[in-house]
Design a protein around this ligand. Structure first.
Ligand code: ATP
Ligand code: MG
Length: 714
């Protein structure tokens, strides 16, 4: 459904009476970019954002898409009263807000019984997660309640602190950065009350468990546990309060941060765990796993005379054996040996120092990554729609919230950025398809001739990444599976061979003389829809393989810690097939996500970060311009503005402007369609300026509308 909203006037949707609409537009900009006179100008776009940001108007529409700029300060726009203001109200009657999007989706869900989804994107720190939480809160406050429903609402809300504790971390960009992608379905019953939910998680940044860049931290839960955990508990886990004791917590040199209160957050997480129905034993098992990762990080090795690694930290092995409920000596051996099964025979070889450290870190990442998935699973069990609790309310509709990493371009881009940017290509493709489709459908249903829109179809880039046999992921997998001497470099060479003439792909060797200077020999460049990104191939094979040595896997399969036991399944050991690589897993889960989103009616929230300093009232134009580009907002506006800037139901249009024509004022007794025809004739609209559809008037240029709007003021 496409909804529009006219007036640039009035910051709160109330028309200004003292000031003319024109002056207000000058000061606070237009609340919908489709009303910008010069809609192809990026400068005008950014100027409009800047004006509004200065007035604390952080939300602006592009048609039905909401653009949000992170204010980095608390604004008084999220109160219960404000939520009430947006309930059941049309977009254009109130100023742009998250709540308008939330309410509009909810109403379509209820009246049309069509599943909805809200897609939130933007770069790190732009406000995606905050937006998701605010939308959930909106539903928790405004949806019908009953005792059972309250429990579901509580669980939906409380799943956040738990998943954030395990999946978020302080980074340079954001003190509470989500290091995983998240899609959450909320199920509503026939009365519109939330009765269940389900979460899908994507690509947790596991490497953070063993390494953090300067100024960054590991996942919050480690610090929370050390800061907040009761003495008894820490003693049982063999932990000391001081994070400096743990190798995995000091890599970024900032275990303590003034903006984060780990002790308080610990209390919130503990409470949340019990609300999502963890009993005491389960909490203890979970924390044992968390503690085991810290102990693993402190396992040290020394080389014996042959150069083979030996464990020098017996104490850590003792704790690990207890926490993971495994045989200590077996674990110790598994950490310093490698077992291969060849032709049915077991071959065991010792590891050198470097290999042992690698194996240890791989184990820590595997334990943490799998436990995170287990946790999501557990949350899902608690959120599951239980028919028994809601007898007779069988049919449900679903509203999904997608909070996923935006386009990433760093100084150094690796496998992770490659996956994330691929994900954004897919989302962009979905966006273009669905927006064009809904535009086309509206024209059709209104009986207006479709005017074709020129747009860039990024399918060509998606294919380049994901096509069978000759896509980048296929070639990467092929190199990963090839026994022998496959390396990151041979992967790059194979890429060059296979996709050499692709217009969106470049390497040092393939580039012309001029471009060559900007490309290293170990890099490839993709021309994404949002711009160029250069990826370094170093680590691609290793990250894609994501291997754990067999004997470590075996040891974990024998664990009597119920969580570890569920995370490491015996079938992995006997399964002849190689496990799916990381990129292929990601590709498959993305393709499932696209199917889910395709089956729903989408709404979009595009989040923008105004500065890199996490500061209020600072609008860095260069930074914002990049994001406008990466988010594809100009393209978005162009598609949206291709035909008509503005459209409105006849009743609504007539109601607003009837005072401008003696024949329609004070009432028009005939059909609203005819009333509008009389009205626009009286106003002198020219033929090329508008079209009359079945139920709506379509106006081509904003200036026509503004002139009418200004006439109201006189
Ligand atoms: P990441 O991709 O790193 O997870 P994100 O887009 O999810 O980033 P958030 O965690 O939602 O970013 O926001 C970062 C910070 O910005 C928040 O912790 C909060 O301090 C501030 N912030 C975001 N949105 C708002 C808002 N609407 N009002 C006030 N502060 C906000
Ligand atoms: Mg986030």
């Amino acid at each position: 459904m496409i909804i529009n909203h006219p007036h640039g006037a009035g910051t709160n949707g109330v028309r200004l009476t003292m000031e003319s609409a024109l002056t207000a537009r000058d000061r606070v900009g237009v609340q919908d970019f489709v009303l910008l006179e010069n809609f192809t100008s990026e400068a005008a776009f950014i100027e409009n954002l800047r004006k509004r940001f200065k007035e604390n108007l952080i939300y602006t529409y592009i048609g039905s898409v909401l653009v949000s700029v992170n204010p980095y300060k608390e604004l008084e726009i999220y109160s219960k009263q404000n939520m009430e203001r947006y309930r059941g109200v049309s977009f254009y009657e109130v100023s742009p807000h998250l709540y308008a999007i939330a309410d509009n989706s909810y109403r379509s869900l209820r009246t049309e019984r069509k599943d909805q989804c809200i897609l939130i994107s933007g770069e790190s720190g732009a406000g995606k997660t905050e937006a998701t939480k605010k939308i959930l809160q909106y539903y928790a406050v405004t949806c019908p309640a009953s005792q059972q429903v309250e429990t579901v609402k509580d669980r939906l809300l409380q799943s956040n602190p738990v998943l954030e504790a395990f999946g978020n971390a302080k980074t340079l960009r954001n003190d509470n950065s989500s290091r995983f992608g998240k899609y959450m379905d909320v199920q509503f019953d026939y009365r519109g009350a939330p009765v269940g939910g389900h979460i899908l998680n994507y690509l947790l940044e596991k490497s953070r468990v063993v390494h953090q860049n300067h100024g960054e931290r590991n996942f919050h839960i480690f610090y929370q546990l050390l800061e907040g955990g009761e003495e008894d508990l820490l003693r049982r886990l063999g932990l000391e309060k001081n994070p400096q004791q743990y190798h995995y917590l000091v890599k970024g040199h900032c275990a303590r941060v003034s903006s984060i209160n780990d002790k308080n957050d610990w209390k919130v997480v503990r409470r949340a765990l019990s609300i999502i129905s963890f009993n005491d034993n389960e909490v203890e098992d979970l924390l044992s796993v968390v503690a085991s990762v810290l102990h693993l990080g402190n396992v040290q090795f020394a080389a014996d005379e042959q150069g083979n690694a030996q464990v020098t930290t017996e104490n850590q092995i003792k704790y690990l054996a207890r926490l993971l409920a495994v045989e200590g000596s077996v674990l110790r051996d598994a950490l310093i040996h490698k077992k291969i099964i060849a032709k049915g025979e077991e071959l065991i070889s010792p590891l050198n120092l470097e290999q042992a450290a690698y194996a240890r870190d791989a184990l820590a990442k595997a334990i943490y990554g799998r436990t995170f998935s287990w946790l999501v699973n557990k949350v899902n069990k608690s959120l599951a729609y239980k028919e028994g609790e809601f007898p007779g309310w069988r049919s449900t509709t679903v509203l999904g919230l997608l909070d996923i990493y935006g386009f990433e371009v760093f100084q150094h881009n690796s496998f992770e950025q490659f996956c994330i940017n691929y994900c954004n290509e897919k989302l962009q493709q979905l966006f273009i398809e669905l927006t064009l489709k809904s535009e086309q459908e509206e024209y059709e249903s209104e009986g207006i001739a479709w005017e074709p829109v020129q747009y860039f179809n990024n399918k060509i880039i998606c294919d380049l990444v994901e096509e069978k046999f000759k896509g980048i992921i296929s070639i990467l997998d092929e190199e990963c599976l090839r026994p022998g001497d496959a390396t990151d470099t041979t992967f790059l060479e194979k890429l060059e061979e296979t996709v050499k003439n692709h217009p969106h792909f470049l390497t040092h060797k393939l580039a012309d003389q001029k471009t060559r200077k900007s490309l290293g020999r170990e890099e490839f460049r993709l021309l994404h829809y949002a711009g160029e990104v250069t990826y370094s191939v170093a680590g691609f094979l290793d990250k894609n393989n994501d291997l754990l040595f067999r004997n470590l896997k075996e040891t974990m399969c024998n664990s009597e810690n119920p969580i570890i036991n569920q995370c490491f399944d015996r079938t992995e050991l006997t399964d002849k097939k190689r496990p799916e690589t990381a990129a292929t897993q990601f590709k498959n889960s993305l393709s499932k996500l696209m199917e889910i989103l395709m089956s729903k009616e989408p709404s979009y929230i595009r989040c923008i970060k105004p500065n890199d300093a996490k500061q209020a009232d600072r609008f860095d134009e260069v930074l914002v311009r990049h994001q406008v580009k990466y988010l594809g907002l100009m393209e978005n506006l162009r598609v949206r503005r291709a035909g008509f800037a503005y459209r409105r139901k006849y009743e609504v249009f007539l109601q607003r402007y009837k005072s401008l024509c003696p024949e329609t004022w004070p009432t028009w007794d005939g059909r609203p369609h005819d009333g509008v025809a009389v009205l626009v004739k009286h106003l002198g609209y020219k033929q090329e300026e508008y079209k009359m559809g079945r139920t709506k008037i379509f106006i081509r240029f904003p200036k026509t509308l503004f002139a009418t709007e200004d006439a109201l003021e006189v």
